[in-house]
Design a binder for this molecule. Structure first.
Ligand code: PEP
Ligand code: MN
Length: 292
């Protein structure tokens, strides 16, 4: 699809209903209308709370198919998995590359879940655009403007992670780069920022996510797996995300976390993911207050 096909959906830079002149395409509007973004047929930013789940990386055909089946059965709406992995060390597993995307696509179609996967390089964008349901732009590339624009030009949905050193405003401005290039199909994803202490992997900034949701008209989701890194805390973080009025979650789930080639310590087992989903359901009904 060409950029021109998307232009009418995006307000012009002089749209008088945009409240923040720095965010003419993605910022809050005076009427507070929100933008619903679809990955496959799954809506983000509409009333229902949406869950993306799956392993950090695609490791083999069997593993991703098994993971897709598990998360789908346990209530996830969208499958995640990386084929291009941004690893801190060049000696760590870097992902299966394009063959991994094919495995992900097959698992996704077999088990009926659309999928999102990270794009690391501008040179892969065109080829990936033909088969992915949504691109993920990882935290490390949040201000890789050439990549943001290349992905925006495809018009495909984008999950835009917040960099761990970026302010919420910088994050929203990164989204504006994608929108200006041609796609308003952007989901913002908070995944933890650097502060002090290493008790949790990063610091989950729920307030920053709420602020971003308030200032923009884009859906905002939370990835507590990377933000916290400790499986035992994820179900409470997930419930907090739901209670905060945010639009959804991204969590890492691996059929055998101890064998994961990437982020093994933080992945939920299918059993823990099942518990997380059951815990979330408790918060979808109103919580009674303690009697005075
Ligand atoms: C991931 O989702 O596996 C990932 C690498 O995330 P982030 O970019 O948030 O570190
Ligand atoms: Mn990961």
């Amino acid at each position: 699809m060409s950029t021109a096909d998307f232009t009418p959906a995006i307000p012009s830079s002089t749209d008088p209903t945009s409240v923040d002149p720095r965010l003419p395409r993605t910022g809050r509007r005076m009427d507070r209308s929100r933008h619903v973004v679809h990955i496959g047929d799954v809506p983000f930013g509409a009333e229902p709370f949406v869950v993306i789940a799956g392993p950090c990386a695609v490791e083999s055909a069997e593993m991703i198919s098994h993971a897709a089946e598990c998360v789908g059965k346990l209530g996830a709406n969208v499958l995640r998995g990386g084929a291009f992995k941004p690893r801190t060390s060049p000696y760590s597993f870097q992902g299966l590359g394009m063959p991994g995307i094919e495995l992900l696509q097959k698992a996704s179609r077999t088990h009926g879940l659309p999928f999102v996967t990270e794009v690391l390089s501008e040179s892969d964008v065109e080829q990936m655009a033909e088969c992915v349901d949504a691109f993920q732009i990882g935290a490390r590339n949040m201000q890789n403007f050439a990549l943001l624009e290349a992905v925006g030009r495809t018009g495909r949905p984008v999950v835009l992670k917040r960099n761990f050193g970026a302010t919420p405003t910088e994050w929203l401005l990164a989204a504006e780069h994608v929108a200006r290039a041609g796609s308003d199909q952007i989901i913002l994803c908070e995944r933890g920022i650097r502060s002090f202490g290493d008790e949790t992997r990063f610091t989950l900034d729920l307030a920053g996510a709420m602020w971003a949701q308030d200032e923009s008209r884009l859906p905002v989701i939370v990835d507590p797996s990377h933000a916290i890194g400790l499986p035992r805390l994820l179900k409470r973080a997930a419930a907090a995300t739901l209670a905060a009025g945010l639009d959804g979650l991204m969590v890492e789930v691996h059929p055998e976390p101890s064998e994961a080639r990437c982020d093994a310590d933080q992945a939920l087992t299918p059993e823990l993911f099942d518990e997380l989903m059951a815990h979330l359901k408790r918060f979808t009904v109103e919580r009674p207050l303690l009697a005075p």
